[in-house]
Write a protein that binds this ligand. Structure first.
Ligand SMILES: Nc1ncnc2c1ncn2[C@@H]1O[C@H](COP(=O)(O)OP(=O)(O)O)[C@@H](O)[C@H]1O
Ligand SMILES: [Mg+2]
Length: 338
């Protein structure tokens, strides 16, 4: 499998200045994405998970050049995305699309669904104007809506139906890659399942490559072949989905899994969940950013911010428990103490 999308040491920095900073004439920079490397193979579904604020959306948006990356590289089918001219970018966005969390506000309230979708065909000149009607009708059926919906405006649709329109709009250009950012998070659980099934169906039928972003591990579990776990701007574990659930390596991954209600019931795990404050890049802890919340934290974790990446089975993990910096006995004590 060749990688369709390659992200290499990507950095995104935002200026965040509070009132107090302004008074003192300070400018603060936060690293929302702090050296992320990932590959997504053609036809693969990769889940990107982590708590709110860890940089998932920023990563997805940087890949599509909706926010500016401060460093690193993004290659799509071998082409350097960060160096693309406006023309190249326009063509790239025919091949890579985003589906957003809030389907309702992502749609123009004044346009009917038919008009919204027709617009995409027009802007991208995807077919002769005489064929647009047909293409739009085929598209809505593909996402499980009917022609009857074409005349409605967003407020005449349910949340799930709006998200189907959002997906249809992304599919209109015939993309190879879709980045879905919390695409089911705003929906009721029963509707979530329907939309996840739709993604699964589309992915198989159209051989789509999917980067599926969610704060909810349960959502990516059945859809994604591999999962990348993100904590405060960095990937901490990267593994095939089954392997991740069967033997999570990073203490953060473990905590996320233990916090999932269904997993606790299945595996008779204790309800430990995640202690401590969710992270903010504005207050990055010293050392490993997870150490203040980590049940296995060792002295080195307070000091060294960059555990080396290690292969553990089919998983890749960035954690001092695995990177050989501490003796085996100390490691064992840290894990047992957890
Ligand atoms: N446009 C922006 N300007 C300043 N800070 C931002 C901006 N977008 C995101 N951030 C900050 O970057 C960090 C990551 O945000 P985000 O990518 O939205 O996380 P997630 O999608 O994982 O919830 C957060 O601390 C957020 O406050
Ligand atoms: Mg987000």
């Amino acid at each position: 499998m060749s990688a369709l999308l390659e992200i290499d040491d990507l950095q995104v920095t935002f200026g965040q200045t509070t009132l107090a900073d302004m008074v003192r004439g300070r400018r603060r920079h936060v690293r929302a994405v702090d050296g992320v490397s990932l590959q997504v193979a053609r036809g693969e579904t990769l889940g990107l998970v982590g708590e709110s604020g860890c940089g998932k959306s920023t990563l997805g948006r940087a890949v599509l050049r909706l926010v500016e990356a401060g460093g690193g590289a993004v290659r799509f089918d071998g082409a350097d995305v960060l160096a693309m001219s406006p023309d190249e970018l326009f063509r790239f966005r025919r091949r890579a699309q985003m589906v957003f969390q809030d389907p309702f506000s992502a749609l123009n309230p004044r346009l009917t669904i038919g008009e919204t979708l027709a617009e995409v065909f027009r802007v991208h000149r995807l077919c002769p104007p005489s064929e647009i009607g047909d293409r739009v009708r085929r598209l809505v059926t593909t996402v499980g809506l009917s022609e009857e919906h074409l005349g409605r405006r967003p407020k005449g649709l349910s949340g799930g139906q709006c998200q189907r329109v959002g997906i249809a709009r992304a599919l209109a250009v015939g993309p190879e890659l879709i980045i879905a950012d919390e695409a089911v998070s705003a929906l009721d659980v029963s509707i979530q399942a329907q939309i996840l099934n739709l993604f699964q169906h589309l992915q198989q039928e159209m051989h789509l490559t999917l980067l599926f972003i969610s704060h909810d591990l349960g959502v990516v579990r059945h859809l994604c072949q591999r999962v990348a776990v993100m904590y405060l701007g960095r990937i901490v574990e990267y593994a095939p989905t089954e392997e991740l659930f069967r033997s999570p390596r990073h203490p953060y991954t473990r905590a996320l899994i233990e916090a999932m209600p269904r997993m606790r019931a299945e595996a008779a795990l204790p309800q430990k969940g995640l202690a401590g404050e969710p992270p903010s890049p504005a207050q990055r802890p010293s050392g490993c950013a997870f150490h203040p919340r980590c049940p296995s934290a060792m002295p080195v974790c307070r000091e060294d911010p960059s555990p080396a990446s290690r292969q553990e089975g089919a998983a890749q993990v960035w954690c001092h428990l695995y990177d050989g910096t501490v003796p085996a006995m100390e490691r064992l004590a840290a894990v047992q103490g957890a």
